[in-house]
Design a protein around this ligand. Structure first.
Ligand code: FAD
Ligand code: MLT
Ligand code: ZN
Length: 482
């Protein structure tokens, strides 16, 4: 620990006690590695503030002392954004203790949730009041509201409700000087200059520590139906989505998976029966809902809308879950992909978006081009087709040592894939953010003028660069104050 760090830790321990500060290596260790196990960090202390006031005190003292801080929620991020530097030069600030839902109103359709509230808990609390918080993803049991806001998370309901940015109505945060930004009120209109709330959403903890947010809720479900459809290729999948979208807004999720990925999950997750023959080249999970008791039951709707697709051959096979348990088992396959992928060993992972209509071409041609350029490798692309966002993962050739191959090949593969994405007018980060994983690629592929603006924003709010150093953008040395 540096003298400045130990001074800060000492002061905080005296002021806020052992609940808010630990230097116990065993307590800190589980939080020093990212979910995918790609980054190993170090931190001499883990700070766990219990209130916005405590966060403000921590940041204010750290700013004075020039001590770096890394905010952390559920540590489920996919780009190493919550992992502290390996040299122990930063303290971890966990928001997990700030886990109160301050209010939840079915009349105003708003909830005020503190940063450490876990997504599943907020979703459950909304359902108990006949409402829904319409953002879902496989990490719902660990991901926190503060992390979801800070990465502008997407997930499997973006098709109808947008990503986190669309669902945030207010933000309370502590800025890098320790001052409290109070933008928590859900004002329909507020034109008092630059929108700090929007700036903090997706800032990955580099411009402020989110302490609470006001979130939009939507009507609760009367019923839902989940279908599993087999298709020949992504183009047919998009044509199917377009045919559904043309006739109903009841479809809220549409997730595409290649047969290879479904087989990987079925091998990894015991006890799940394949919804269709896993030899289908492509699979799509579709969820349709009803929020109005008078609406057509979703199962009948899906049956009616899938029939022509089956007759025309657009869909080769389809099944509608016959029970809520079967519907859950369909979703379990989709939400187990990340775990199955992690268990299968390292892959060069990309979270990319291109214009939706171009996604089928990109998935097929981009995969073929990558496998041609890197002989023996294999690519899979799965995910949020309707958002124009897939997870494009490149695996080692059979027989190669995956770790060695990954270390050798990952940079070149990512440059190749990202060049294809940029050539298609797409983004190298659709929903996971930049973190430390994509910082170099963001620099390489952004217009210098854009990077200058991003740095100016960072320097303007965090001139000492104490918040989440090394993530998203780094201040040019000249910019950090002495
Ligand atoms: P952390 O990982 O703790 O932190 C993420 C980033 O936010 C870091 O930069 C951190 O410094 C910062 N941060 C955290 N809390 C705060 C705060 N209070 N104030 C300021 N900065 C903060 N993501 C998607 O978008 N879509 C998906 O479909 C999806 N599926 C996933 C499935 C699985 C199985 C897993 C493991 C992850 C998935 N993710 C997905 C990624 C991850 O869940 C999201 O990025 C999520 O938003 C991270 O939340 P977290 O609380 O774990 O944040
Ligand atoms: C998903 O959609 O499954 C997630 O974004 C996680 C991943 O990319 O592994
Ligand atoms: Zn995703």
């Amino acid at each position: 620990m540096t003298p400045a760090q130990s001074q800060l830790v000492e002061t905080l321990l005296q002021r806020f006690g052992p609940k808010a500060v630990t230097t116990d290596a065993d307590a800190i260790a589980p939080w020093l590695r990212d979910w995918r196990g790609r980054y190993q960090g170090a931190a001499p202390a883990l700070l766990s503030p219990g209130s916005t006031g405590e966060v403000a005190a921590i940041v204010g003292l750290a700013a004075e002392a020039g001590v770096a801080l890394v905010p952390q929620g559920g540590n489920t991020g996919m780009v190493g954004g919550a992992t502290p530097p390996a040299d122990g030069s930063a303290l971890l600030v966990s928001l997990r203790r700030m886990n109160r839902i301050r209010s939840l109103s079915a009349t105003s359709n708003l909830a005020v949730a503190e940063a450490g509230v876990i997504l599943a808990d907020l979703r459950d609390a909304a359902e108990a009041e006949g409402r829904r918080f319409p953002l879902d993803l496989g990490a719902r049991g660990s991901a926190t509201i503060g992390g979801l806001v800070s990465t502008n998370a997407g997930g499997t309901q973006v098709l109808r409700f947008g990503n986190m940015r669309s669902l945030v109505a207010g933000v309370e945060a502590v800025l890098p000087d320790g001052s409290i930004h109070n933008g928590i009120a859900a004002l329909k209109k507020d034109n008092r200059g630059y929108d700090l709330n929007q700036l903090l959403i997706g800032a990955e903890g580099t411009l402020g520590i989110v302490t609470a947010t006001t979130l939009r809720l939507v009507p609760g479900l009367v019923s839902r139906a989940v279908a599993w459809v087999g298709l020949k290729n992504p183009a047919d999948a998009l044509a199917l989505l377009r045919s559904l979208d043309a006739t109903t807004s009841a479809v809220e999720s549409f997730e595409i998976m290649p047969g290879r990925t479904v087989r990987l999950v079925l091998d990894h997750v015991p006890g799940i029966r394949p919804p269709l023959g896993a030899d289908q080249p492509w699979h799509v999970l579709i969820e349709a809902v009803a929020t109005d008791p008078a609406a057509e039951p979703p199962a009948e709707l899906l049956e009616r809308l899938l029939a022509p697709a089956l007759e025309s051959g657009l869909a080769s096979d389809a099944v509608i879950a016959a029970s809520e348990a079967q519907a859950e088992s369909f979703w379990r396959i989709r939400h187990s992909i990340s775990e199955a992928e992690r268990a299968a060993g390292p892959a060069v992972q990309h979270d990319i978006s291109v214009p939706v209509d171009d996604m089928p071409r990109f998935m097929v041609e981009g995969g073929a081009a990558t496998e041609a350029r890197f002989p023996g490798s294999s690519t899979v692309a799965y995910g949020h087709l309707g958002d124009g966002n897939v997870h494009f993962h490149v695996r080692a050739p059979e027989g190669a040592d995956p770790e060695h191959w990954y270390a050798e090949q990952a940079p070149a593969i990512s440059r190749f894939v990202h060049d294809m994405v940029v050539a298609a007018g797409g983004s190298i980060s659709a929903e996971h953010g930049i973190g430390q994983m994509k910082r170099a690629e963001l620099e390489r592929l952004s217009a210098p003028s854009r990077m200058t603006v991003l740095r100016a924003i960072k320097a303007g709010l965090d001139p000492k660069g104490i918040l989440n150093p090394g993530k998203l953008v780094v201040l040019a040395p000249a910019l950090t104050s002495p």
